[in-house]
Design a protein around this ligand. Structure first.
Ligand code: NAP
Length: 383
């Protein structure tokens, strides 16, 4: 901002001069220069052109070359943030609604043109990431699909951002974006990895009590930077989220056993094309709800959960084993019944099928290696 102050001397010498100030805002700059000018009345009286003597009165920047620090500090201290959402799809739009309702400024950028939806929600849309970065957002929030995150980060003009901008992601896997950020961002940017453990369907009515996982991967020591992170996290705690601080690695371990399994079951049930019946049980309603909850998510999201969480493959194998095991248990039971009918009591006490049924009932604990059956027990084909 440049401010010009013009001091107009009255004709009577007893009256003090009247100052007038003109202020100019230079977008994207934070220079605070102030000029004063005094009109020359001798020239004025003789109808000469009014000439203003300009002189520098004040410079409200604290230090030479530090002219960005004041406005910047003000913006990072304010609980209201300028949040740039990169990837304005399903989840990005969902989050934007709450950010805007809480009074934050939202800028959006996406691969596709999302201008009209952004306008409807009250966000400013930038099809060119250069224009967005020149707005100097406090937070760059990645809501891109897991699989596109790395290439999108590479396409951003980081040099246009303010030094120490806070980078946040909401990807459903955590070690992957953490590594992408650590490798792709200069060390002067802050990094916060998060995962709101809910989506547009499960969080449509309220976020109260829904888990929000976060890991402060790299945050500078300055108070303003620490406060900026707190301001961002406050958005979720204000909505009643259950804030869970844990490492990205821990998150991925838990999420593979819970979230990936849930999405897989939802997609499996969806393939069965379940329909509501006039006699739905509570359990069946739960299955229908699971399908509804996961069907809205893109396949990219599900694929990302599988590809970018190293624990997912083990869970998929366990699921396979569990299904096989269950089938064997059922068929084993049937087999036992048939044998009893065929051979009567002559086989009783011989072990055989009943032993197999018992050992097939349980899978090894999460993380423990196969085999499925203990040594010496009759092995199944899958074990
Ligand atoms: P998504 O399919 O995972 O991501 C869609 C977003 O990624 C869109 O903005 C899309 O851009 C962008 N995108 C996809 N491919 C791209 C490419 N090649 N280049 C540039 N951008 C690309 O669906 P989502 O549900 O919106 O999820 C977004 C992120 O939030 C994901 O990382 C997901 O894991 C995470 N998350 C989602 C949920 C949820 O419930 N949905 C919950 C928690 C976290 P366009 O806008 O141009 O299509």
């Amino acid at each position: 901002m440049i401010s010009f102050s013009s001091v107009v001397h009255p004709t009577s010498t007893s009256q003090p001069p009247t100052p007038t100030t003109t202020t100019f805002f230079l977008p994207h700059h934070h220079h605070h220069l102030s000029f004063s000018s005094t009109p020359d009345h001798h020239h004025q009286q003789s109808h000469c052109l009014l000439r203003h003597r300009l002189q520098i009165r004040a410079m409200d920047a604290t230090q030479p070359f530090d002219y960005e620090s004041n406005p910047h500090n003000r913006s990072t201290q304010s609980p209201k943030l300028k949040i740039a959402i990169i990837g304005f799809g399903n989840f990005g739009q969902f989050l934007a609604k709450t950010f805007i309702r809480q009074g934050h400024t939202v800028y959006a950028h996406s691969r596709s043109n999302r201008l009209s939806i952004a306008q409807t929600l009250g966000a400013a849309y930038f099809s060119d990431p250069h224009d967005l970065c020149e707005r100097h957002p406090d937070v760059i929030l990645f809501c891109t699909s897991i699989i596109s995150t790395e290439s999108v980060l590479k396409s951003l003009p980081l040099q246009r951002l303010r030094r120490n901008t806070l980078f946040v992601d909401v990807l459903s896997v955590k070690e992957f974006p953490k590594n992408v950020f650590l490798e792709g961002l200069p060390s002067h940017f802050d990094i916060l990895c998060t995962h709101p453990m809910f989506g547009p369907e499960s969080g449509k009515n309220s976020w109260n009590n829904l888990p929000f996982v976060f890991d402060k991967v790299r945050i500078g020591n300055e108070e303003s930077r620490i406060r900026r992170v707190e301001n961002f996290l406050d958005i979720f705690s204000k909505e009643g989220c259950r804030m869970v601080e844990m490492s990205c690695a821990e998150h991925d371990k838990y999420a593979a056993g819970s979230q990936f399994i849930t999405h897989t079951m939802g997609r499996l049930l969806e393939k069965l094309e379940l329909e509501s019946t006039p006699i739905n049980t509570k359990g069946y309603e739960t299955s229908l709800n699971l399908v509804e909850n996961t069907a809205g998510d893109s396949f990219d999201l599900y694929y990302g959960l599988f590809m970018y969480n190293k624990n997912a493959m083990e869970q998929l194998e366990r699921l396979d084993l569990a299904f096989e095991s269950l089938k064997k248990e059922l068929f084993g039971h049937l087999h036992e019944l048939l044998r009893k009918q065929l051979f009567g009591k002559s086989e009783e006490g011989g072990g055989g099928v009943s032993v197999r049924r018992r050992v097939l009932a349980k899978l090894p604990k999460n993380g423990s290696p196969p085999p499925l059956l203990p040594p010496g027990a009759p092995q199944s084909e899958t074990a």
